[in-house]
Ligand binder design. Structure first.
Ligand code: FE2
Length: 354
């Protein structure tokens, strides 16, 4: 498919098609592992994504505090993904953010096109759908809205949704509170590596340079969910990623050689350790492979905030304190932009081999 304008998946989904275009059909190998997500979410056996209760993260009782921190650290080393509960952001605010995103997406595709991004000219903020970045033209079953939400002075308010009218207020407040949580969270893996508590945060850009990018993922109902993926298997390039969703399951994690479905935990925020922290920690913290399934019955929406270091300013490499003769650096030095390029290149190489 030659497309300077990406097709909107929502338009396809609502056109009444019974079978999906071939660009959305995954490889036979992938299809063998795609199952019904509602059935998967019900399964109780096997490993489950850990739930970390942050209620005691700042407890004055050192033992209580350490127990909470230790659990988060362990989850970051073992899984690299977790459900955060009692994270300090009110449920009321989370609901407001989600409602605002839902109302934006309830508008017609024509209305949303007014916010369309232009990936080919590098204007990635706005309403969009993924362009094929590989020879096979493979596409994903989702549309999205993408924009920077923090630091406030780096935001481009001209592209933020004007509908609904409280979108800006709710999303800005969420970003502000999430940024405070980021500092708290990063102190734990930092101390866990034997570093100063503020070190990891500083290494990813600190208050001025760490960018919080919001991506609202909209996964329309899919007539053939057993053939498609909402998001193909990948690891996040970010330092940390925080995800809200509309309680429709979809996220799967590749843990110990199997796809594990994340349960929908009320009032929680899912948090991923991304490649950036994996690199800085020389692999001690994991950036887990994950993907998104789609379904026939319900639209799924998720709100991901990617916390990313600046593209060029910082060279990411294992910190000297975590490297030794016995544990040599597992990752070569690369800027964030180079890391992204490298992943894309590696993916293309793998496709040529297939
Ligand atoms: Fe991801």
């Amino acid at each position: 498919m030659v497309n300077s304008v990406a097709p909107r998946v929502e338009s396809l989904a609502t056109s009444g098609i019974q079978s999906i275009p071939k660009e959305y059909v995954r490889t036979i190998e992938e299809q063998t592992s795609i199952t019904n997500i509602f059935e998967e979410e019900k399964k109780e056996e096997g490993p489950q994504v850990p739930t970390i209760d942050l209620k005691e993260i700042d407890s004055e009782d050192i033992k209580v505090r350490e127990k909470c921190r230790e659990e988060l650290k362990k989850a970051a080393m073992d899984w690299g993904v977790m459900h955060l509960v009692n994270h300090g952001i009110s449920n009321e605010l989370l609901e407001k953010v989600k409602k605002a995103g839902e109302v934006f997406f309830q508008q017609s595709v024509e209305e949303k096109e007014k916010y369309a991004n232009d990936q080919e000219t590098g204007k990635i903020a706005g309403y969009g759908s993924k362009l094929a970045n590989n020879a096979s033209g493979q596409l994903e079953w989702e549309d999205y809205f993408f924009h920077l939400v923090f630091p406030e002075e780096k935001r481009d308010m001209s592209i933020w949704p004007k509908t609904p009218s409280d979108y800006i207020e709710a999303t800005s407040e969420y970003a502000k509170q999430l940024r405070i949580l980021v500092t708290k969270i990063l102190s734990i893996p930092s101390i866990g590596l034997g570093l100063e508590e503020g070190r990891l945060e500083q290494e990813v850009g600190g208050m001025e340079e760490l960018l919080l990018q919001m991506k609202i993922n909209y996964y329309p109902k899919c007539p053939q969910p057993e053939l498609a993926l909402g998001v193909e298997a990948h690891t996040d390039v970010s330092a940390l990623t925080f995800i809200l969703h509309n309680m429709v399951p979809g996220l799967q994690l590749f843990y110990q050689g199997k796809w594990v479905t994340a349960k929908c935990v009320p009032n929680s925020i899912i948090m991923h350790i991304g490649d950036t922290i994996e690199i800085l920690s020389n692999g001690k913290y994991k950036s887990i492979l994950h993907r998104g399934l789609v379904n026939k019955e319900k639209v799924r929406i998720s709100w991901a905030v990617f916390c990313e270091p600046p593209k060029e300013k910082i060279i990411l490499k294992p910190l000297p304190e975590v490297v030794s003769e016995d544990e040599p650096a597992l990752f070569p030095p690369r800027t964030f932009a180079q890391h992204i390029q490298h992943k894309l290149f590696r993916k293309t190489q793998e496709e040529f081999k297939n």
